[in-house]
Design a protein around this ligand. Structure first.
Ligand SMILES: Cc1cc2nc3c(=O)[nH]c(=O)nc-3n(C[C@H](O)[C@H](O)[C@H](O)COP(=O)(O)O)c2cc1C
Length: 349
């Protein structure tokens, strides 16, 4: 006998009871009973697109999406599959249809989903990355995983950085370089922006957080730091290996288009007149603590960290998550002669 086909189509008001039955079948493992009223109200009143999959006259899956007020973010909402039909590709079909509809809107740059620990791996398989996890966020035993999918990964690191960049409390700021990565130093003065690589950067103090970095007298970055009194220390990723090497082996003094040639995309953050490099894993805005003797004698610059941010796809809740993140997010550790290591496994005592 021929198997009935799965057909995807827009929700109709006559599907309401069937959709509520799907919700009930997935409660309490995937939904908390307290969410039912919200789902019911959404079915009754929302004008956002909502889809169902029908198979042989039965509604077997449903899910919707909405474009947020900012116009560039879309959210997946209320996605579910009949409890007895999990693992048969219906969730994938539904998610692919929703993502295809979202991708057809060119202004949308980011897709968000709030889901649970049970389904986060499924969404990770589409490229979604966790930005925040709230234990018991939906109810007892159901954690809330906030995940994002940047739609234009290539050349749109800025959009993604804006969506995923979160402030880091200053008492945790030194953790961003505690693991000893190669960093990028950004500086700006008199309309000139420069970025160089530096291995000799180190945490110095907790409160207020301070760090040191060695800036050779031959670098063009250094006089910009001295003149402006501010600089940025950033943690580049394995995906930025070439970029890091190019800004570390070419001087703006000899190569006026150094940043463009290195593929550096810069963006701004309110309240900080500094060139932020898109795609980094972390950014530390520093105020120069002037120590002319150390600067002249040892090329050693001290910065007080006045702002810290990290990309939540790899640093969140005060901790690095290299072990869960895409390997492209690993920090770089420089040896010499163009040889780097990417950070390795996490070991806990
Ligand atoms: C991985 C790496 C690490 C580096 N570390 C440092 C450092 O700690 N201090 C420094 O003065 N130069 C360091 N350099 C060299 C500078 O990045 C390099 O001189 C750069 O071209 C300076 O650019 P600028 O003149 O445009 O400022 C490093 C280079 C690389 C590739």
């Amino acid at each position: 006998m021929k198997q009935p086909e799965n057909t995807i189509r827009p929700y109709r008001s006559s599907d309401r009871e069937a959709c509520l039955a799907l919700f009930d079948g997935n409660t309490p493992r995937f939904f908390d009973p307290s969410e039912r009223a919200m789902f019911s109200a959404c079915l009754a009143g929302s004008t956002d697109p909502y889809l169902v999959i029908e198979c042989g006259g039965r509604i077997v899956a449903c899910g919707g999406y909405a474009v947020e007020a900012d116009g560039v973010t879309a959210s997946l909402c209320w996605g579910m599959v009949a409890h007895d039909l999990h693992g048969q590709g219906l969730g994938r079909m539904l998610t692919q249809a929703r993502l295809a509809a979202i991708r057809a809107m060119p202004q949308v740059a980011i897709v968000r989903i709030d889901t649970s620990q049970h389904t986060q791996r499924f969404y990770a398989s589409f490229g979604f990355a966790a930005v925040k996890v709230t234990p018991d966020g939906y109810g007892p035993g159901i954690d809330c995983w906030e995940m994002v999918l940047p739609l234009h990964a290539q050349g749109d690191a800025m959009q993604a950085a804006h969506a995923c960049m979160a402030a880091v409390p200053l008492d945790k700021a030194c953790r961003l370089i505690n693991h000893g990565p190669a960093v990028l130093v950004s500086s700006r003065h008199g309309g000139v922006d420069d970025v160089m690589a530096a291995s000799w950067a180190c945490a110095l103090d907790f409160s207020p957080p301070k760090l040191t970095v060695v800036l050779d007298k031959a670098t063009r970055t250094r006089p910009l730091v001295e003149a402006s009194g501010v600089f940025l220390i950033q943690v580049p990723t394995a995906a930025q290996l070439q970029l890091t090497h190019v800004v570390g082996t070419n001087s703006l003094a000899d190569m006026p288009d150094k940043l463009a040639r290195a593929g550096v995309e810069l963006f701004g953050v309110d309240g900080h007149d500094l060139p932020f490099v898109a795609g980094c894993a972390a950014w530390l805005a520093c105020r120069l603590v002037p120590e002319p003797h150390n600067q002249d004698r040892y090329d050693l610059f001290i910065g007080e960290v006045v702002g810290a941010w990290a990309d939540t796809r790899v640093f969140r809740d005060g901790h690095w998550h290299f072990q869960d993140a895409d390997p492209a997010w690993r920090s770089l550790h420089y040896i010499a002669g163009g040889q780097f290591y990417a950070i390795g496994e996490s070991l806990t005592v």
